[in-house]
Design a protein around this ligand. Structure first.
Ligand code: SAH
Length: 340
């Protein structure tokens, strides 16, 4: 049976029309699912009994489960168990500007970035839309607060699960449902060019972040296998096209890896690459994991890199570190659960 949380409001409207019901039923259902948040069609008191029966026989309302929560000051780390037994994770972070949640988009990941824990465990499958939607619903019900922003930067490559991720975005963005503003949603990709082109045409104000992590093909090839399929030059070209078409600023993520991509020369090369583009660079302190040989750049190196970019007129920020003490980084919790 198909899960009801897979459905965009337009899909439910089509469904109701197809069974001879009024279109506005879709809005009523959305209100029950996402505003009042009931867990059974029989709690939807403005839906008549026959329709409740029909919906119950056609749609599942089953939920994934929270398996563990690790809480520290500003961070909660959730390990979820899916209905087929697989594990995924999500992280909540409290900022001055509100609560953000980082969600997973796949069970595992096939991109194979050398420094990334998620990549050690190959992709098992894509997440269904409802699984991503329920990550949000379950976290909100745990904290009894509203989430302000969502980043699709957990386990997985969202553009390798493009349709389900876009459905997820449309569902959480719906004003009749969870209502998270498009500008408060960010999708992060390692650079799957054909999907960036599709995303360009979506006509939605969702933010795009690119995991660049290197100023040239030589370094990028050595840490990100995806670069062999879609090179840096092609990626920059398509980003320029994206920026001019959408008029939106793109975030460039750059994880600072000791002696790999963190020299002043690297900063100068990066500045040259990005000059004139409407981007801002987010320098990410590397979260070391015991399984991989990469080390984080020293604070001093990060500051010098930052200063060099600034001097070149590049917008740049340094990402605040969250959750190092609770394995909040990138696939570590799932890796522990699966490999232990
Ligand atoms: N596949 C997508 C989204 C998931 S990864 C992407 O590549 O963008 C989210 C971000 O975390 C990426 O920028 C990724 O390169 C980075 N990342 C992975 N492992 C990390 C680690 N140990 N420390 C810091 N950042 C890491």
């Amino acid at each position: 049976m198909d899960n009801i949380y897979n459905y965009k409001i337009e899909d439910l409207e089509d469904y109701f029309l197809s069974i001879g019901e009024k279109k506005f039923k879709a809005k009523q259902i959305y209100d029950w699912l996402y505003v009042k948040r009931v867990r059974s069609f029989y709690d939807m008191t403005n839906i008549k009994k026959e329709l409740q029966d029909k919906l119950s026989s056609q749609f599942s309302m089953e939920f994934i489960k929270i398996k563990t929560i690790q809480k520290s000051d500003l961070t909660n780390k959730y390990l979820f168990q899916l209905l087929d037994g697989n594990y995924i994770e999500a992280v909540l972070m409290r900022h001055d500007y509100g609560i953000s949640v980082c969600v997973s988009s796949q069970v595992g990941c096939n991109m194979g970035c050398k420094f990334c824990e998620s990549g050690r465990l190959k992709k098992v499958r894509n997440l269904e839309t409802y699984e991503m939607v329920q990550e949000i619903l379950l976290i909100e019900s745990d904290i009894k607060e509203r989430i302000d922003s969502v980043v699709i930067m957990g386990i997985g490559e969202p553009f390798d699960n493009y349709n389900n991720v876009m459905n997820f975005i449309r569902i959480i963005n719906s004003p009749y449902g969870i209502n998270i503003g498009a500008r408060h949603i960010t999708v992060s990709t390692c650079g799957l060019i054909p999907k960036i082109k599709d995303f360009m045409l979506e006509n939605i104000q969702v933010n795009l972040a690119i995991s660049l992590h290197a100023p040239n093909d030589f370094i990028r090839n050595s840490i990100m296998p995806v670069n062999k399929a879609y090179s840096l030059v092609e990626l920059i070209e398509v980003l320029k096209e994206y920026i001019s078409k959408t008029n939106r600023r793109v975030t460039i993520e750059y994880v600072m890896l000791n002696n790999v991509n963190d020299s002043i020369d690297n900063a100068m090369e990066l500045a040259k690459l990005l000059r004139g583009m409407n981007v801002y660079v987010n320098l990410i302190p590397y979260n070391e994991t015991s399984n991989l040989e990469f080390k984080k750049s020293s604070k001093d190196t990060v500051m010098k890199f930052y200063d060099a970019l600034k001097k070149q007129g590049i917008n740049v920020t340094i990402r605040k570190e969250f959750g190092g003490n609770i394995d909040a980084a990138c696939g570590q919790l799932r890796a522990k659960e699966v490999i232990k």
